[in-house]
Each structure stands twice: as C-alpha cells, then as structure tokens.
Write a protein that binds this ligand. Structure first.
Ligand code: PMT
Length: 215
C-alpha cells in the first residue's frame, strides 16, 4: 500500500523575515509515517518545517506554506491508497507579502488575512480522490460533536479527534489521547504514546481499505 501523510505546521509569510505559524511539532504525523514504514508500506510524507529527523525510507516532500502543501497533495495523492492529514495547516495567510521587511514606524499595525485552501476538504471534490481518507480534528470543546461534523463535511472515512486545549497531550507532546470516529462508531483510545496511537490509526485505515475493496 502507499500511504500519503501530511505533518507539521505551515508557515505563512508576513514579510521576508516573519511568518505566522502554530505549535505543531510534527510528532504525530512523523509517528504515523514511522509506523506505516515499519509495516512495510510506501510512505509519501508531505511536511511543514519541523525539528524532527526524516523517517528513513519515506518519500519526503518538504513544504512551508499551506498553498505549497496543497500543491504537493494535489500532485501526489493519486499515487496513494490511504491519505492521512495530521498537519496543522494555517487557515489564513497575510493578504499580501511586501518584498522588504516591514518597518516599525507606527504604534499599531493591522494585518489583513485571507483564507487558505482547505486541502483535506478538496480531496473528494477537487482531487477526485477515491482512496481511504483520514482527517484529524484539533478541537478545544465539544470534541466528538465537532469532529463528527468534519468527518461528514470533508468526506472522510475516518476522523481522528484530539483535544488541543489540554497541555499534556496534542501539540508538541510525546503523548496524545484520541478518538477514532467513523460514520458508524466512535472508538476512544486512552492516553498513550503517539507511536502506539499511530499504529492503531494505520491499522484502522488498513481495515477500512480492505472493507472498501471487498464491497
Ligand atoms: O504535530 P504535533 O505537535 O504532534 O501535534 C499533533 C496535532 C495536534 C497537530 C495533530 O494531532 C492534529 O490534530 N492535527 C490536525 C490539526 C488541525 O489543523 O486540525 P483542524 O481541525 O484545524 O483541521 C481539520 C483537518 O483539516 C486536519 O486533518 C487538517 O490537516 C486539515 N486541514 C485544515 C485546514 C486546511 N486549510 N487544510 C487542511 O487540510
């Protein structure tokens, strides 16, 4: 099987030396890549900037911005049987980026933002992807309800929900606590290492792939 994985944050340029980003370390996405590689699958890892080592054997596509990630996913997704979106993509980017560094001449500064493309949300309608689609939902309240909404809206087969309001899991931690959400059921998994949880996610996605093939 070929598994495409997005990971890490995106960086959205404000000027040549500044950018908007978020707290994603890439650990969750890289753990998924390592588990999939350990099960002998081909992995296409499309990653925003992180401090992590590139998993040995992965086809590694580095990107910076959401628009670069969109282009990379558009290019490679048709090669995959399963696509997993663990990246924390910036929903907005600065409307325009000046060529020179912005000077601190005034007391206040207003930054106008424009919406980035929804990469996961483009998979079915824009990329016409037919494989197993796995999204993540980073929520701070009503975690299951909001995640289930994303599962349906984005045409996912499986949605991985995590509560990013907690300091002990989620962003930049070695552990996470997730729910695996499908149209039929919700499977809560206890707090565990991202490595172990990644193995559960890959196995569930493979099961769904097998079920689809038998239909
Ligand atoms: O990287 P770590 O430090 O290990 O942290 C892990 C994590 C918290 C980043 C990860 O577990 C996680 O929750 N990733 C998804 C973060 C996110 O952006 O969630 P969201 O609910 O805002 O987005 C929903 C889904 O749409 C996600 O699959 C996201 O990758 C995708 N998306 C979002 C916006 C966008 N423009 N394009 C997208 O593809």
């Amino acid at each position: 099987m070929t598994i495409l994985i997005t990971a890490g944050p995106t960086q959205e340029a404000i000027d040549p030396v500044r950018y908007l980003t978020n707290r994603s370390s890439g650990k969750m996405g890289y753990a998924l890549a390592e588990q999939a590689l350990g099960m002998k699958h081909r992995v296409i890892l499309i990653s925003g900037p992180t401090q992590l080592d590139i998993p040995a054997g992965a086809d590694f596509i580095p990107v910076e911005s959401a628009r670069e990630m969109f282009t990379a996913v558009e290019r490679f997704i048709s090669q995959s049987d399963i696509a997993i979106f663990a990246a924390a993509v910036a929903d907005y980017r600065p409307t325009s980026v000046p060529e020179q560094k912005i000077k601190k001449s005034s007391e206040t500064m207003t930054l106008e933002l424009v919406k980035n493309p929804d990469i996961l949300g483009s998979c079915r309608d824009v990329f016409h992807y037919q494989g197993v689609l796995v999204g993540f939902a980073a929520e701070t309240e009503k975690v299951e309800e909001h995640a289930r909404g994303k599962l349906l809206r984005k045409g996912c087969d499986l949605l991985i929900a995590n509560d990013v309001s907690r300091q002990d899991i989620g962003f930049d931690q070695d552990e996470n606590e997730i729910m695996l959400i499908t149209a039929e059921e919700t499977i809560p998994l206890p707090k565990d290492s991202k490595k172990h949880l990644a193995s559960h996610v890959i196995k569930e996605a493979l099961l769904i792939s097998q079920e689809k093939a038998e239909q």
